[in-house]
Write a protein that binds this ligand. Structure first.
Ligand SMILES: [Zn+2]
Ligand SMILES: [Zn+2]
Length: 222
């Protein structure tokens, strides 16, 4: 089990990174990407801080990926910031997409899907065919989310991702302990979003390492 989008005290989450890792480990997760909200003010220190926890996470049998969620960044700055994040050692770059419940700048989805340094477009909301096609071409995963509010558009995200042949990932966007999904809840989110059983299996068991290799991420640390 993986979750590529969770938050800690490094942004607006409620847990220390290691508490989150411990709770995730007990639920059966083996890959977790801590993707705290960042803007220009916090990018470097969040990446450095998450990286400090990797060794401890392994002691709980969790491979911790150092990620960031580029949040409310002006679209023109998303690509340079994603490249900078990778240069600073981020294993994974998530972009806070155009969710239907926040005034995320129009053009955010497009900027993310066009950028090879982006790995996951979170809660893309009313995604377009053009955006989904670009995501597929650039190996960017489109997120199916259990987060209340963001999840209103899951059905549309599945339909457009499927048509485009884009990868789909199921994430919790957890901020509190109770937001983490157990195995059954994860499956419910996948099936409830319209994935078939086979699509759900593929998505929920996505081999993160192979995907990163496909993307040519040479600083992937395993
Ligand atoms: Zn977000
Ligand atoms: Zn988030």
């Amino acid at each position: 089990m993986y979750d590529l989008h969770v938050h800690t005290l490094l942004s607006d989450g409620e847990m220390l990174p290691i508490e989150l890792i411990r709770r995730a480990s007990v639920l059966g997760y083996r890959t977790i990407a801590i993707a705290d909200h960042v803007d220009q003010s916090s990018l470097a220190h969040v990446i450095a801080s998450i990286s400090e926890v990797k060794e401890a996470a392994l002691m709980y049998d969790v491979r911790l990926l150092c990620a960031v969620e580029l949040t409310h960044i002006p679209p023109a700055l998303i690509a340079p910031m994603a490249e900078k994040a990778r240069g600073l050692g981020a294993d994974l770059v998530v972009v806070h997409g155009e969710t239907v419940v926040e005034p995320v700048a129009p053009g955010t989805n497009m900027a993310a899907c066009a950028c090879e340094y982006v790995d996951v477009l979170a809660h893309p909301g009313l995604i377009t065919k053009e955006e989904a096609d670009l995501a597929a071409r650039n190996g960017i995963a489109l997120e199916i989310t259990s987060r209340a509010g963001h999840n209103r558009a899951n059905g549309r995200v599945v339909a457009y991702a499927r048509a485009a042949g884009a990868r789909m990932v199921v994430n919790s966007d957890a901020h509190a302990p109770s937001d983490l999904l157990d195995e059954r809840a994860r499956l419910c989110v996948a099936l409830g979003s319209g994935l078939s059983k086979q699509e759900a299996r593929l998505s929920l068991n996505l081999n993160i390492e192979d995907w990163m290799k496909d993307k040519g991420h040479i600083n992937y640390y395993i």
